[in-house]
Design a protein around this ligand. Structure first.
Ligand SMILES: C[S@@+](CC[C@H](N)C(=O)[O-])C[C@H]1O[C@@H](n2cnc3c(N)ncnc32)[C@H](O)[C@@H]1O
Length: 262
């Protein structure tokens, strides 16, 4: 794939986007490379990450606003990420995971095992940024061999709560990974598209139900915009929440009781 610079503009997440089309005439598929900057002073950033995006393609080939928020959070929490083992679920274009890798985490980027184009793009962005992350297919709720070798201290996932029919499988995978590594945490950003589905703390609804089902609890929940610098916040709209989810201690105690000899 050739990337030529046909245009440069600020994108919604404060990244600079260079665009080109790599399809024959009549079948426009816009391939772009966006650059995302991180630092205390964005006039003098600590580093940038370049992401290859395909604007006409499926979910995993586009930098979603939730990813911009989560990547910024990883940067701001950088002392927490240095030297940690990190797995990104539904990574798509992988911006948060690449920031973690840049900060010294040992990162495994994952996405649906059947989405070869997305997985291939993840390998390309690693190469483009000279970052040595592992890339594996990991479909939520599927217990293929690679998942058993993962012991992440931090699990991240941006905009992975968007299809209610996949929530149960996602939480099953998150719960499995959290149990594999004591004191681990799942940090996720989600777009509050439907208040009925996406309220975590109150009401009788799917996420709360599934968190209880899978022995999880929300340790932190806040407005994603509260951590974004103005230049990144200005291009994003909507209601993006950031949640930190951990195993519920009671659940672990109960689970241990069940298997412990009396
Ligand atoms: C809305 S996109 C978010 C992509 C990226 N995290 C971001 O925020 O830019 C959702 C991602 O979840 C992945 N995904 C969807 N269903 C999945 C499943 N059952 N197992 C694993 N990944 C899945 C998609 O391939 C896609 O990359």
């Amino acid at each position: 794939m050739q990337i030529e610079c046909h245009q440069c503009s600020m994108d919604g997440g404060g990244g600079v986007r260079d665009g080109s089309s790599d399809q024959p005439a009549g079948q426009p598929t816009m391939t772009t490379v966006s650059r995302h900057f991180f630092g205390e002073d964005l006039n003098d950033p600590a580093f940038s990450i370049s992401i290859i995006e395909n604007m006409k393609e499926e979910y995993g080939l586009f930098v979603w606003p939730c990813s911009v928020v989560l990547a910024e959070y990883v940067w701001q929490q950088r002392s927490r990420f240095s030297g940690m083992t990190v797995v990104e679920l539904g990574a798509g274009t992988s911006l948060p995971g690449l920031v973690a890798a840049k900060l010294g985490s040992d990162v495994t980027l994952t996405d649906d095992a059947g989405r070869y184009e997305v997985l291939e793009n993840m390998r390309r962005v690693c190469e483009l940024n000279d970052l040595n992350c592992k890339v594996i297919g990991l479909t939520w709720g599927v217990w293929d061999e690679p998942i058993f070798s993962l012991c992440p201290q931090i699990i991240i996932g941006a905009d992975v709560l968007y299809d209610a029919s996949a929530f149960d499988d996602l939480f099953a995978t998150v719960s499995f990974l959290l149990q594999n590594s004591p004191s681990s945490v799942f940090i996720t950003t989600y777009h509050n598209r439907s208040s009925k589905i996406f309220i975590i703390f109150s009401g009788h609804h799917l996420i709360e139900f599934l968190m209880v089902k899978w022995g999880l609890k929300c340790a932190k929940l806040f407005d994603g915009f509260s951590i974004l610098p103005p230049n990144k916040a200005s291009g994003i709209s909507g209601n993006i929440q950031l949640a930190e989810i951990v195993m519920d201690g009671n659940y672990l105690d109960e689970a241990t009781d069940k298997v412990s000899p009396k």
